[in-house]
Write a protein that binds this ligand. Structure first.
Ligand code: SPV
Ligand code: MG
Length: 432
């Protein structure tokens, strides 16, 4: 019986390096090519530019390939048990970083089931580099980035979103990949928080940092990332101004804005009823949503309505009544906010809302009820989770500790042990 040589691809384009792998596979037997599923491509931080069907066709067109299968997990346990390949072929570029856990998994499975790993020297030349750069270029283009949030909502069970407020936090959110529960994981989307954007500028979160300045932050983040951006647009301001902002943000490639139903001098929600805050009327806020939807020019852009009833202790019935009106006005999603330590009121809202609207995306921001897991949120129908301020809150104490240590010791030595060498920080920055 002819031997089986298996190689899995998580790419939207085939270049010389991939063809080299296919040729090496062909030398050893019948070539079965794997195509990684959309969901796993995303978890692996390779957002698919073309569809699964197109990726299958790409490999079917290669003369060496006898059969194409879909590999649904990044780890090889399932595919090796089912296919029993005699050889697994892979480029040798997976020996370091999070990819090395996939290599270990392949070796473990081959040892158990029989079979040999063949590692082909990774092909890196100007032509391959150019193709790689072209693919990255497509990901950063506004029309592609804008659409990416809606695509994610179809692909992943819950869109994991992290706060960023400058190029560096953007890079961290873009590139951090961890090995987790037998797979790889990374963040799906970026949250430009009004609180953290204002705080980074040393200003209070009261809509003092104006849209021009927020756009500057978005642009800094966009310049070094590809992931979709959800903007915290506070109250959206005057309806007459909001419609212009929708145009600008949509053109830039922002995927969604979240507008909160407050009016007057907005204060941060985490203050709750400790400070004077006023909720907008249902009619006026619904009119703002409708005006924004009317102004947008693509089907990609999303306007998500944020309900502050629970923050302001107006109760579940008020939150649900508002949700109904905002969806009727055209909102593409609902964010329900809470500052309780437990997620019970968020779950109660989500369960009731889901009965009436099975498909409207729901967003949660578990800052105060931080013990909740993504799986629990997901089981109550939440589609987007936003970790809204954790990067800022972890960076500040570290910086404060360092500042105090230098002042206390009149030198930097004592602080130095806790510092990352700059060489490691700048590894995030791409060469051009
Ligand atoms: C923000 O991050 O600015 C938010 C979320 O609006 S919260 O701070 O919890 O109100
Ligand atoms: Mg905010």
């Amino acid at each position: 019986m002819e031997k089986i040589a298996y190689a899995c691809f998580c790419t939207d384009v085939l270049h010389e390096g991939h063809r080299n792998i296919l040729r090496e596979a062909k030398k050893r037997g019948t070539v079965v090519a794997g195509v990684l599923s959309d969901r796993e491509m995303v978890r692996y931080n390779r957002f698919p530019i073309i569809s699964l069907e197109e990726r299958i066709a790409l490999l079917e067109n290669e003369p060496e390939v006898s059969r194409v299968i879909v590999q649904d997990t990044i780890m090889y346990d399932g595919v090796i048990a089912e296919l029993r390949p005699d050889f697994v072929i892979h480029g040798d570029n997976w020996r370091g970083g999070p990819m090395s856990s996939i290599r270990r998994n392949v070796l473990k499975n081959l040892e158990r089931m029989g079979g040999e790993l063949i590692e082909v020297p990774y092909t890196w030349n100007p032509a391959v580099k150019k193709i790689d750069e072209r693919m990255k270029e497509r990901l950063v283009m506004p029309e592609f980035r804008r659409r990416r949030l809606r695509r994610l909502l179809d692909i992943v069970p819950i869109v994991k979103t992290i706060e960023v407020h400058d190029g560096l936090t953007g890079l961290l959110a873009e590139k951090t990949v961890v090995e987790h529960e037998g797979g790889l994981d990374q963040f799906d989307a970026l949250w430009i928080s009004s609180l953290c954007d204002s705080t980074a500028k040393g200003k209070p979160d009261i809509e003092l940092v104006d849209m021009s300045s927020r756009i500057r932050t978005i642009d800094d983040v966009m310049d070094v990332t590809t992931k979709p951006i959800i903007l915290d647009a506070d109250t959206g301001g005057l309806i007459e101004h909001f419609v212009y902002h929708v145009h600008t943000l949509e053109r830039m490639g922002v995927s969604a804005v979240i507008l909160e139903d407050k009016i007057g001098l907005k204060k941060n929600s985490l203050f709750g009823t400790e400070v004077e805050q006023q909720q907008d009327t249902i009619e006026h806020f619904a009119a703002k949503i409708a005006a924004g939807k009317e102004a947008q020019r693509t089907d990609d852009f999303m306007i998500i309505a944020r309900i502050e009833s629970l923050i302001l202790e107006k109760g579940l019935a008020d939150a649900l009544e508002r949700a109904e009106a905002y969806v009727a006005a055209g909102a593409d999603g609902i964010m329900i906010h809470s500052r309780r330590k437990e997620p019970a009121e968020v779950f109660a809202f989500a369960d009731a809302f889901r009965k009436r609207h099975p498909a409207v995306p729901l967003v949660a921001v578990p800052t105060s009820y931080c013990a909740v897991t993504e799986a629990e949120l997901q089981s109550h129908g939440i589609n987007i989770v936003i970790y809204a301020n954790q990067l800022t809150r972890s960076a500040f104490p570290a910086m404060e500790r360092t500042a105090k240590s230098i002042l206390q010791h009149h030198r930097a030595l004592e602080a130095d042990a806790g510092l990352m060498p700059f060489k490691e920080i700048i590894r995030l920055i791409d060469d051009i």
